[in-house]
Design a protein around this ligand. Structure first.
Ligand code: HEM
Length: 408
């Protein structure tokens, strides 16, 4: 039966350049699509809005910690106990209740709305200084010069990483996130992870002795029902925040600027004050958001889901960018409308793993985008859109680079 089903190109650069027609086809013909990985395992792609909602809200049939979906003997004990594995995978994004509930409650105490709102000033100052540098130089490659350094500096400021250490921390975080693209072999990566863990441990000790007004201090002090985060949990929590700080908001700014430059009438409405940036940022998150599919969920037990028999241990991917273009949920779903208000998009996920950083990401978008367009009234693409390269991988959706012309 499977042989007769169409297979979809979900990985090539052509697909990445414009995945929306493929997702429309999948929503129509194959809304719960079974993909067979090279090792023979099953990956389910769920593309309709209502099904993506169902998957993200269902932590009974689907789980985040693979140990809850697979037999324990399939896990190599040594690899799961390595400091590198723990730093990258033992965090709340890859855990289930009750672990997730405890970790999230602890971080919620530290990551407060007050702490996020207090960052508005530093976001604005950082954005202006990056734009000043571009203006002096006369060129702007949006990703490297603005969309990436801005959220990285903000997450470092939030955590309390001093400016002098930010380059090293960024280097270590990149080694965790994308070792392949940086040409790092296993032992080079392990060395960097070790240096990172040593740095974090020293930081925790210093904050415990001398508390500062930063998130690391708040995490060190957070306590829930008599329990605190232990050192490993603290390290992987901070690593998770750094990784999300490097990989997501960059794409909100990058994809958002590209969408607005390709829709000059929508941009003109924003410039003229006929539309507001708060609404526009959410529409940009819906229209071409930073996260293509949710992080991996695992089928906990054999289950019949929307008529498809899923097996314990199968991988589940909820395709967020597809759900956000589903005409069953959104009027004119493929149209960018910066005044759209009925906009229950899923760019930040849903359910217990709903994005912790959503208020911060929105704030960064609402400050960074208007400052950029105000500074460069004639901003335009430096290359035709077909020449733009999108990053590979199923998780994120973002440009490798976005060269722009800033002069008059
Ligand atoms: C526009 C930018 C962002 C987008 C689109 C985004 C999107 C998401 C999504 C879709 C999830 C859920 C993943 C899943 O259920 O599989 C998530 C979770 C998460 N995000 Fe974000 N994110 C953004 C920015 C940030 C920032 C700036 C931070 C940190 C400061 C952050 C921290 C987190 C954390 C810690 C989780 C895990 C929450 C949990 O497991 O309970 N995110 N994000």
């Amino acid at each position: 039966m499977d042989e007769k089903r169409p297979s979809y190109d979900l990985f090539t650069p052509t697909f990445k350049a414009d995945p929306f027609p493929t997702f429309a086809q999948m929503r129509e013909a194959d809304p719960i699509y079974r993909h067979l990985a090279p090792d023979g395992s099953t990956i389910w792609y769920v593309t309709r809005y209502e099904d993506v909602v169902a998957v993200l809200k269902d932590d009974v049939h689907f789980c985040k910690d693979p140990r809850h979906a697979k037999a324990p003997e399939t896990f190599s004990r040594t690899s799961r106990q390595s400091p590198m594995h723990q730093l990258i995978n033992e965090n709340m994004l890859f855990s289930d209740p009750p672990d997730h509930t405890r970790l999230r409650a602890l971080v919620n105490q530290a990551f407060t709305p007050r702490r996020v709102e207090a960052l508005a000033g530093v976001i604005g100052e950082t954005a202006v200084s990056l734009l000043d540098t571009a203006a002096e130089r006369g060129t702007l490659e949006l990703i490297a010069d603005y969309a990436l350094p801005l959220p990285v500096r903000i997450i470092c400021a939030l955590l309390g990483v001093p400016p002098a250490d930010q380059a090293a921390v960024s280097d270590w975080s990149q080694a965790i996130i994308s070792p392949g693209s940086r040409g790092l072999n296993y032992s080079a990566r392990r060395r960097k992870v070790k240096a990172f863990i040593d740095y974090l441990q020293a930081m925790f000790a210093s904050r415990a002795a001398q508390p500062q007004d930063d998130l690391v201090t708040a995490l060190v002090q957070a306590e829930e029902a008599g329990e605190k985060l232990n050192e490993k949990e603290l390290s992987s929590m901070v690593a998770l925040l750094l990784v999300t700080g490097h990989e997501t908001t960059v794409n909100l700014i990058g994809n958002g600027v590209l969408a607005l430059l390709q829709h000059p009438q929508q941009l003109a409405r924003l410039r003229a004050g006929e539309a507001n940036w708060e609404t526009a940022v959410d529409e940009l998150l819906r229209y071409d958001g930073p996260v293509e599919t949710s992080t991996t969920r695992w089928v906990r037990e054999d289950v019949l889901f929307r008529g498809q028999q899923m097996r314990r241990g199968d991988v589940m991917r909820a395709v967020i960018t597809s759900a956000n273009h589903d005409a069953a949920q959104f009027d004119e779903a493929d149209t960018l409308d910066v005044t759209r208000t009925d906009n229950k998009h899923l760019a930040f996920g849903l359910g217990i793993h709903y994005c912790l950083g959503a208020p911060l990401a929105r704030l960064e978008g609402r400050i960074a985008l208007p400052l950029l367009f105000a500074r460069f009234p004639k901003l335009r693409l430096a290359v035709p859109p077909p020449e733009l390269r999108w990053r590979s991988g199923v998780l994120f959706r973002g440009l490798e680079a976005l060269p722009l012309i800033i002069d008059a």
